[in-house]
Design a binder for this molecule. Structure first.
Ligand code: NAP
Ligand code: ZN
Ligand code: ZN
Length: 349
């Protein structure tokens, strides 16, 4: 066991504050990671504030983890001390169900073990995430960070990167396809970079007119502000694929009208419920889908794709003491485009 400094929410109404967790000594197949950076995902905020129900407190959020291997168990073959590695949204799964066998552990029939706000499969003990200085994870759930990739800007790839890469691949985004990205935040800006690198013609649909210039710089071909609603006429029936990353309830029906016949809208954001009408689906044989992060194999594929295409996240590096303010700014859509915690600030504090 090692006592590890961390930041935790004591309840759904408490701000995050200093805390400490015990990390297990590495077992035979475990990799011990000294965390260098951890990205701040909107899912951290949803869970720390009890938006989804069933949360476990105290909660140490953080599932965009990068750092260096500081110890390995005797049977570890994939990693050695000093390697740059990452951990995403889950740290274990049953390994036996059809989805685990297919490398889509996020859909494990027995439930994936979340990196935080989950329970370890053997002991039932709560899991604690990356707002901490160290984590111990089975080697099969650890990712390799490609050589030369800046670690701070790589951290958000472990959730925002894979969450947007996976549906673009699964729904067959190909060169020339017209792809709309709704919401330009952490997920949205990665969706723009990745879809542009796949050769798609990308349009950003945003509530923030002030993000127009950034959208184009990130690789979008077009930008439309959704505020006055005019876009729902001007861009009607235009897109093959819509990637919806919005974190707050919004009118799905209006966005569905932007799809061509047979087009697909993929929900990635997980806000509270919004009404859905059959009309926009039925009228043009459109599809509404969802997608959840991605499996370990695909996450490694995404990291390697990003290395090949020179893609990382656009980040604002913060000290851990700025985390509560960062949550408030994220709620206002005021993040360009991912907060990343410098974990050295936690070590020092
Ligand atoms: P984020 O950085 O806060 O970005 C969300 C964006 O949504 C904002 O920047 C804003 O973009 C837009 N938005 C916010 N409120 C809005 C509103 N009321 N109406 C319209 N647009 C609004 O969040 P994120 O980290 O990208 O996460 C986005 C969502 O995805 C969250 O719900 C998160 O829990 C979920 N998520 C899902 C998965 C998955 O596997 N499916 C993985 C990670 C995260 P504009 O300023 O451009 O409008
Ligand atoms: Zn996330
Ligand atoms: Zn499984």
């Amino acid at each position: 066991m090692s006592r590890t400094p961390a930041y935790a929410a004591a309840s759904a109404t408490s701000p995050l504050a200093p805390f400490a967790v015990d990390r297990r000594a590495p077992g035979p197949r475990d990799v011990q990671i000294d965390i260098a950076y951890c990205g701040v995902c909107h899912s951290d905020l949803h869970q720390a504030r009890g938006d989804w129900g069933g949360e476990i407190f105290p909660m140490v959020p953080g599932h965009e983890i990068v750092g260096h291997v500081s110890a390995v168990g005797g049977e570890v073959t994939k990693y050695k001390v000093g390697d740059a590695v990452g951990v995403g949204c889950f740290v274990d799964s049953c390994r036996a169900c059809p989805q685990c066998r297919a490398g889509e552990e996020q859909f494990c029939s027995g439930g994936m073990t979340l990196t935080y706000n989950g329970r370890e499969r053997d002991t039932g003990a709560p899991t604690y995430g990356g707002y901490s200085t160290r984590i111990v994870v089975d080697q099969d759930y650890v990712l390799r960070i490609p050589d030369g990739m800046p670690l701070d800007a790589a951290a958000p790839l472990l959730c925002a990167g894979i969450t947007t890469y996976s549906p673009l691949r699964h729904f067959g985004a190909k060169p020339g396809d017209k792809v709309a990205v709704v919401g330009l935040g952490g997920l949205g800006h990665m969706a723009v970079k990745l879809a542009a690198a796949m050769g798609c013609e990308v349009t950003v649909l945003s509530t923030s007119e002030s993000k127009r210039k950034d959208a184009i710089a990130l690789g979008a071909h077009d930008f439309a502000a959704t505020g006055d609603g005019g876009v729902f006429q001007s861009h009607a029936e235009r897109f093959d694929l819509i990637v919806d990353t919005v974190s707050a309830p919004h009118d799905y029906n209006a966005y569905l009208g932007l799809l061509k016949v047979d087009g697909t809208m993929v929900l990635l954001g997980i806000p509270g419920p919004s009404p859905l009408s059959a009309f926009p689906l039925v009228w043009r044989r459109r599809k509404l889908a969802g997608s959840l992060i991605g499996g370990i194999r695909e996450t490694q594929e995404m990291l390697d794709f990003c290395a090949e295409h020179g893609i990382v996240s656009d980040i604002e590096l913060i000290g851990i003491d700025a985390i509560n303010e960062a949550y408030e700014r994220m709620l206002k859509g005021d993040v360009r485009y991912r907060f990343v915690i410098d974990i050295a600030s936690l070590q020092a504090g």
